[in-house]
Design a protein around this ligand. Structure first.
Ligand code: PLP
Length: 423
């Protein structure tokens, strides 16, 4: 069932399935995670908070490239920095001086940053941080909470572990966010073997009072490092990341997504004594020196410092979250906009005999039809305006009204497939 509105997108997808494996190289963009058949798959261009799909429809996009486009797409100051650098070259046979400038800015902005290592992706950064922690402590075990990227040491803990040696699993233990007693039990049971506790400082649920400090002191009491995975929260919750927002400084932190407004760059930032004592730990990769991404990162961070970007993101996120949750209550629709304003997620429940993934698919289908792209996470950016939020809420209200209609069974027409879950 493919809606003709998106026929170019789906023709491209069929083509991709013949040549690209998997056809969506980023799992989070797999069209089955949206409303397969009634939601676009390919976007051709964008500007600010607007994007155009390959069938020619424009949308207000609330996913901000899944986090990176913190300033909005094609942000002039970042594009200008990239173009300037492009005319001088992208990658050289020797080191490029821009990396020093970037390192200094990160050390200036991020509380835990006294030294940095430069990478390409968030997965590179979390993997680098884990290796540094293992080298620093001489231990192997990693205690982890949340998602951290595609490398063996994380996916070994999931059911999507084909191709990963079973032996990798023995060195990873998961703990539950906000459960400091559970974490303490794990650390006691594996006394003297844990190299690091790695976690996002916050995902959707707020940390219980004192939780992040407790994790820090538990990790340190057991001789382990605390690593904050700030791939999503970094340069988004605060210019200095969620560590600055919550006032807890980890030993190491990982950044990617928003640091370069969409160009690929990952960073591990950390305390001097740890970073200096692990200089011989290998994390070497050809493209880490890509001067375009580094120029983009410098320009992005300068804008974050110069303009009220973070305050704007909080304000837009709060307006949307409050408005959305008020409408859901008003129309008695079991959906919640959860999380903190810089990073939100819509959580659907079963409703009047319809499964929650059908409700979600219907919501995504109807909002896309009306010119708004919601996805699995909502990330505000500096280009979103009050009128974008108002328009989005108006559309949510229209959809809720239809859902709340007494003749729901007749009115809810799913034109594509129910949304699938990632795991
Ligand atoms: C918290 C977190 N850590 C790490 C990663 C991996 O980053 P990347 O996709 O750039 O490898 C992601 C990606 O979404 C993430 O959300």
């Amino acid at each position: 069932m493919i809606h003709r509105r998106y026929k170019t997108s789906y023709a491209m997808w069929k083509d991709a399935e013949r040549y690209v494996v998997p056809a969506s190289s980023l799992i989070a963009k797999d069209p089955h995670l949206f409303t397969y058949g009634a939601y676009p798959i390919y976007l051709a261009e964008g500007n600010g908070a607007r994007v155009r799909d390959v069938d020619g429809h424009w949308y207000t996009d609330f996913q901000s490239s899944l986090g990176p486009a913190i300033l909005g797409i094609a942000y002039p100051a970042v594009d200008a920095a990239v173009m300037r650098q492009l005319h001088h070259g992208v990658l050289f046979s020797l080191l490029h001086p821009l990396q020093n400038d970037l390192a200094k800015i990160v050390c200036d902005l991020v509380p835990c940053a006294e030294r940095v290592r430069i990478f390409k992706t968030g997965s590179d950064a979390t993997t680098g941080a884990v290796r540094i922690a293992r080298a620093c402590t001489g231990r192997d075990m990693i205690v982890s909470c949340h998602f951290h990227g595609w490398h063996d040491w994380y996916y070994a803990t999931t059911s999507m572990n084909r191709g990963i040696p079973a032996s990798v699993r023995k060195d990873i233990i998961e703990f539950t966010y906000n459960d400091s007693e559970g974490l303490e039990k794990i650390l006691r049971a594996h006394k003297g073997t844990v190299a690091a506790v790695i976690m996002e400082p916050v995902h959707l649920d707020p940390p219980r009072r004192g939780f992040l400090k407790q994790v820090q002191s538990l990790a340190h009491r057991h001789g382990a490092l605390l690593i904050f995975d700030e791939v999503v929260t970094g340069f988004r919750f605060s210019v200095g990341g969620a560590q600055e927002y919550f006032g807890v400084t980890p030993d190491l932190a990982c950044f990617a997504k928003a640091i370069a407004n969409g160009l690929p760059l990952g960073i591990v930032a950390g305390k001097k004594h740890i970073m200096d004592n692990t200089r011989d730990v290998i994390t070497s990769t050809t493209f880490s020196e890509d001067a375009l991404a580094i120029a983009a990162a410098i320009a992005t961070l300068k804008e974050l410092r110069r303009r009220p970007v973070i305050a704007h993101i909080w304000r837009m996120g709060a307006e949307f979250q409050n408005g959305f949750n008020a409408l859901a209550t008003q129309y008695a629709i079991p959906v919640v906009c959860a999380g903190f304003p810089p990073r939100l997620e819509l959580s659907f429940s079963d409703y009047r005999g319809r499964k929650r993934l059908e409700i979600k698919a219907y919501f995504l289908q109807e909002s896309a039809k009306r010119g708004v792209l919601f996805g699995n996470a909502i990330f505000m950016n500096y280009a979103h305006t009050r009128s974008d939020i108002k328009k989005a809420l108006r559309i949510c209200e229209e959809i809720f009204r239809t859902l709340a209609d007494a003749h729901l069974g007749k009115r809810l027409v799913l034109e594509g497939e129910p949304t699938q879950e990632l795991w």
